[in-house]
Design a protein. Sequence first.
Length: 342
Amino acid sequence: MRAAVFRGDGVLEVESVEVPEIQNPDDILIKIRACSICGSDLHVLAVPPGQYAKPGTILGHEFVGIVEKTGTAVTQFRPGDKVVAEPNIRCGMCPECRKGNYNLCRNAVNTGQVRDGGFAEYCIMPEKQLYHVPAEMPDKLGALAEPLACVMNGMMKINPQAYEKVVLFGAGAIGLLFVRALRRYGVRDIAVCETMPSRMEDARKAGADLVLNPAEDDLAAELEKAWGSLADIAIDAVGAGAVLEQIIDITNCGARILIFGQNMTQHSTIRPGDINNKELTITATLSTKNSFGPAVSLLQDPDFGAEQLVTHEISLDDIQKGIALMRSKEAVKVVVYPQQGV
């Protein structure tokens, strides 16, 4: 089969490799229909890398596919079922898993980073990692289940109320999913901070009522002008160190701050006293936690509009083009189709 294999030092090569075989009774062989490129894939391919991946691994963790074959112990799925996958396989035994914080598993095996993922024609996943989706769900929509599940994990952390005012940094795919999710929570006052004109327009289309350029605008002054108030909630969907410094200045006393974007090369310098003086609550979110069900449900809502994030659809052989489009930010979300003729 054809697969995009990470070779280290920023190198990703499309190669011919063996189709994986079922090894364990709970294994399921999935014929990949679509797999989208994630910002974390770009971090893996950066030099130096912003996130780790094991050389020799097939990348890709945001995928949808069809069950091709099942192991002898599989009971919930059968060939022909359409599925999406929770990519990070948790051990269930470490202290974090036993405390219920399984998304922080110390021994997690991350599909698409240390085990073979979805930028290939086929992939093996354990039964417990899969979720049914309707057969009629478009493939490009199913490929968004994993990033939306990550967003929903964050949403459940901050639990926004309809009357609260929310500022979001970043109008990439994750940021635009947050805007749509906030609207579903009934939030009316949503400000998005973004520097690219095209993405500023994307934020407006997604439902932001206020779009600001943090490189040019006085954010606090603009919020006060529009809302008569600073933010009750701020979300960092970028992961750049300077964002947290800006957030401290544009939040109300008692505000909640969610850090979503992750880039291990970034640093932030803030004064702890500023957090004390406002009694701010800073929290973060990693991966998914009891959030795949809500994500799959939202994707079935025709008014949610997640498919509008997909700006480019390409074949596996063109994956380098897709990565370049993501790096240049010309693309919001690129969906890769590994099967020939799809």
